[in-house]
Design a protein around this ligand. Structure first.
Ligand SMILES: [Zn+2]
Length: 441
């Protein structure tokens, strides 16, 4: 048995009253965040000023604690004064804003003392009305209704879900799921509710442990498999891309904001920007949907999946659209395959970042020094072998484990510097927790 944390996200169709309540809760969350931030800021500024006057450390105003607990305690004392309307929303709204603030401040603090990896976290900013807002419920009566069409939220009531909630309801009825929290948010014109769910399930075993597949993300198609199968782009994807280019040309003709001259953007420019944002959402939804279908299909049909490792910073330096788009898809493909292979008992193999999967001949193993991106067909100089570029790369990836998969374990060569295999992730048993990121859109 293993326990996974899984996110289930449902688009909502709230009534006008419910929508007002949802907006009010998100507003309450924002208000509490800004209130707490103001308290912390005043305190920090006061202490800095006192220190600059040369007041000895013992007499300086004590620092306020910014743990979520203390912030909540301070809020509960002050709320009657600063927010007499507080009882209109669930107390969870304010608690979630203060918890977000506590996290932001902790990130800033640890970033300052260099005890945090990743990009530098800045000091939190006040949230404006247009900031993307959300509200998280961790206690109270949230969940799903048995009719499989509604989401239950504290204070807001039963909100109609846009799609059926069947999958999660079944888990709940079987007793294999426990909902930990519910987060409502508003994104590109639509309300969503994301449940963070603890799923307990029996360890799965792949039906075809010996079947190996190499996957290379295509430029014209979504992906190319080493079996020769070309996975086409999802429907409407290319149309949406074309529309996007047209709108971007349109925006360029309209008057945008200019910081130097103080020029305000025209209404027509704003309208185009709104359309661009919606279309961007549609393009990335289509792409993610295609990747989900691809990765689910892969873990069902194969026992070992080989991906190449992505050099993200190198990709981003290359401003060419094709490589950028396949780069974006690559990290999403990697993310989805990582958790889906773990859930389904499939082995995931990631090639070394420097392994030249595109430049190597999949027939004789010769390596080309250079292969520009525009060259779509691999033509071997040594043996005269000719093959589609992406298919050649996919075959090379598959052959990385091809020899090892029989008797000896491929894991033995992982970790050595000369090995083309970077990581060899075997499905592990008991107690493994895989937390997929909640989809940002
Ligand atoms: Zn060759």
């Amino acid at each position: 048995m293993s326990v996974f944390i899984k996110a289930y996200r449902f688009a909502l169709d709230p009534t006008p009253t419910q929508e007002a309540a949802l907006r009010s809760h998100c507003g309450g969350q924002r208000y509490a965040f800004n209130w707490g931030l103001a308290q912390v800021k005043v305190n920090l500024d006061q202490r800095a000023a006192e220190k600059s006057y040369g007041i000895p450390d013992v007499q300086v105003t004590p620092a306020v604690s910014w743990s979520a607990y203390s912030l909540r305690k301070a809020w509960n004392q002050a709320k009657h004064e600063v927010a007499p309307w507080w009882s209109e929303n669930s107390k969870e709204a304010y608690a979630s804003g203060l918890a977000n603030l506590a996290t932001a401040l902790t990130n800033w603090q640890s970033s300052r003392t260099n005890s945090r990896r990743g990009p530098k976290a800045r000091f939190p900013k006040f949230k404006g009305k247009r900031a993307r807002s959300s509200c998280r419920f961790t206690t109270g009566a949230f969940g799903l209704t048995d009719d499989r069409r509604h989401v239950r939220l504290p204070r807001i009531g039963e909100v109609r879900a846009h799609e059926s909630t069947r999958k999660l309801v079944r888990h709940l009825q079987r007793g294999t799921a426990r909902i930990r929290s519910a987060t409502v948010s508003h994104q590109s014109g639509r309300w969503f509710c994301a449940f963070s769910v603890e799923i307990t399930r029996i360890d799965q075993v792949s039906r075809f442990p010996d079947r190996v597949v190499g996957v290379d993300l295509g430029v014209k198609s979504l992906a190319v498999l080493s079996t020769g199968q070309v996975v086409p782009n999802p429907r409407h994807f290319d149309v949406a891309r074309r529309d996007l280019r047209r709108l971007q040309r349109q925006a360029a003709r309209r008057i945008g904001p200019d910081k130097r001259t103080g020029q305000a953007p025209s209404n027509r420019w704003r309208r185009t920007q709104a359309r661009i944002a919606r279309l961007h959402g549609r393009v990335s939804n289509a792409r993610r949907d295609g990747l989900h279908k691809l990765t689910t299909d892969l873990v069902r049909r194969f026992g070992v999946i080989v991906l190449e490792n992505l050099n993200v910073s190198g990709m981003l330096r290359n401003r060419r659209l094709a490589s950028h788009i396949s780069g974006v898809g690559m990290s999403e493909l990697r993310r989805q395959t990582t958790y889906k292979t773990a859930w389904n008992g499939v082995q995931l193999v990631v090639a070394n970042r420097w392994y030249p999967s595109s430049k190597t001949c999949s027939d004789c193993g010769a390596v080309k020094a250079k292969l520009p991106l525009r060259v779509r067909v691999y033509n071997c100089d040594e043996c005269g072998f000719v093959l589609d570029r992406d298919l050649n790369a996919a075959r090379n990836l598959a052959s990385l484990v091809g020899e090892d998969i029989g008797g000896t374990s491929a894991a033995s060569c992982a970790g050595t510097k000369t090995s083309p295999l970077e990581t060899h992730v075997r499905p592990t048993s008991c107690g493994q927790r895989v937390t997929p990121r909640e989809d940002p859109r």
